[in-house]
Design a protein around this ligand. Sequence first.
Ligand code: MTE
Ligand code: MOS
Length: 789
Amino acid sequence: MSTIPSSPDTAQAQRPSPASTPLHAPAPHESGLKHTSGEALYVDDMPEPPGMLAGHLVTSPHAHARILRRDASRARALPGVHAVLFAEDVPGHNQVGPVFKDEPLFAEGEVHFHGQTVAVVLAESAALARRAAALVEVEYEPLPALLTLKEAVEAGSFLSDVHTIRRGDSEAALAAAPVRLTGECMTGAQDHFYLETQVTLAVPGEDGAVHLWCSTQHPTEVQTLVAEVLGTGRHQVVVEVPRMGGGFGGKETQAAPFACLAALGARATGRPVKVWLNRDQDMAFTGKRHPFWGRFDAGFDTEGRLLALKVALYSDGGWSTDLSRAILDRALFHLDNAYFIPALHFTGQVARTNLPSNTAFRGFGGPQGMFVMEEVLNRAAERLGLDPTVVRERNYYRDTPANVTPYGQAVEGNRLPRIHAELMSSSDYARRRAEIDAFNATSKWTKRGIGFQPVKFGISFTTSFLNQAGALVMVYTDGSVQLNHGGTEMGQGLHTKMRAVCAHELGVPVERVRVMNTATDKVPNTSATAASSGSDLNGMAVKQACEVIRDRLRPVAARLLQLERGGEADSLVFTGGRVFLPARAERSVSFAEVVHAAYLAQVSLSATGYYRTPDISYDRVAGRGKPFHYYAFGAAVVEVEVSGLTGEHRVRRVDILHDVGTSLVPSIDRGQVEGGFIQGVGWLTCEEVLFDAKGRLLTHSPDTYKIPAVGDAPEDFRVALLERAPQDNTIHGSKAVGEPPFMLAIGAVTALRHAVSAFGPPRTPVELASPATPEAILRAVELARAAAR
Ligand code: MTE
Ligand code: MOS
């Protein structure tokens, strides 16, 4: 990877030279060494407070049932068991629905999925709590259950109304289209498989207060729900997040119920309580990526240009609403992906099943929506006998009016044409595709395929008010700094970036800045760290807080430097731990000296920062608005080899060119691109979530659920960040990176289809299910072979 160009502001003459700032320079993850040595503290690593109890959940063994009788007397009689709590033991609201209040903390009267919490047992050890939980008697009357998305849609079981986005007369455009394609596709669920499972430690304090150490992406929501469950004010609840061992969306809302159980246990017993799920429990009790079902009707011209598209999307929300509506909205917002569709009619609705409540997962519905469009384009390419890359290029957003998305936002700063050209050339796509076709013509049992995938992803929470963040910067009199911001660290490198921003603004080495645990008593009323917007939002808030402090220090430094002329204080630079006038750099004063002098002069050395994204809004009823601050772009070329004997495949080579604006910390962004891509490949090729006929999760541990391992990484993996691409109105010209690269993995599906089609005659329509597991690929190969006979 080459050097990262300077963003607009660092390009200014009076700014420090690139070497004296940690911004835009590669750096290790701030916890990287601690992660690998085992020194990094996660919630479960914290020293156990004396008297701590373990919480164990008693859960429903039915997908849907009426509760007839409950008896905890045998469990309560066990020595060392301190309490068994049910719905009626909740002092406040027995409700943890994050947006819609349809999620009781404890089942009341009925259970709605296999694994729903009915009671919690609190005992002196985890083993004892588990033993006691088995003694809690609950009698059920099983009721009929809906266990698949299609069943739920057919039964009219929904968690939302229909969200519609439309433009032009799609019916007429479809009727007039020279090429018409109708069909459907499904995408599967995906378990988050964060390495650290759900966990909270709750410690009771004075006057009904409680302090929680929680593995959550959303400390404020945990605080809110704990306060509501306990029936107390939010000021009595502090939620602190040291770090997460991965979240991936699975701890945006779904850490809260377990945190509430821990807090409730602490309140009921007066003792510290830890609730920790083992892997099997975590996989069985928590929701996953939403499975989606898309039905489409598309019209093309004979050159593969899309004329009209109708799509009906359904998602499987599981038993409660959770974030399903916003996830469905984002799926609709990404049906277009990178392509202009003149006439369209999109609808989306969330179905309700008797399964765990599905939730946020990297991409937040975007991948599922985009998959439908890419499936349509792949089928069109197969039908028309065109290279799927050509079909994609012909449909890109272009100049106005062909730059307007289905929901009315113009695609500004479209970098895809540039990315397309650079990647086609750097990946040598055309030559390799020809070579692959030549290889396939002579290779009988293995075939290769190549796929190209462009991505356009909207950045911002689509619930516009969530786009706000805060920070609290505290400078101590020795010049060292504690940085608090509202975002949480889940491995994505947010703290590394925020520390770089803070060190840059104050002009101190990163070692002088310590990022503190995220805590609701430092920065209040935060949004989840989600929607890839963690560094965009918190970065601006950190910058603002630092600017306030820097401006307070200017007159102090000017006095120490004996600057006489007015206005000179404004020209002082803070860099490399020193403060000076660029024109007279030989006379400088250290940051620590300035800070100490400021303290003696009674100048405040701490400040809050705040940021909100300007000018975004969306009208869901009208299906129109500007939901996104900007778009992130990227593209991938994926090459695979498929065995026609086993259906197994290898990823031979991947080339990615991704747009992160001017990267805040390029090594971190590169890690996000690589990780996001591989996680996407997992979703599309090896991770398969299966339930049995009673709604029990079959794939509840790594022996039955396959995530990508090191052997599944591309044999040749070439990741580059787009150069000379600063973004306006973002933190130091950077762009969000957490989710967009996930969708680049759809290129693997296009590559697999190419390889599978080579087992049949030219223009064989490929029938490849998702995920494209070896079984699915072998079935598709058999169908292609049958077409040849
Ligand atoms: N990277 C790691 N290592 N671990 C994670 O849990 N979560 C992803 C992404 N990258 C995740 C990750 C998701 S779903 C999101 S929304 C973003 O990180 C959130 O962090 P950001 O907003 O700071 O990018
Ligand atoms: Mo990410 S799915 O927005 O937590």
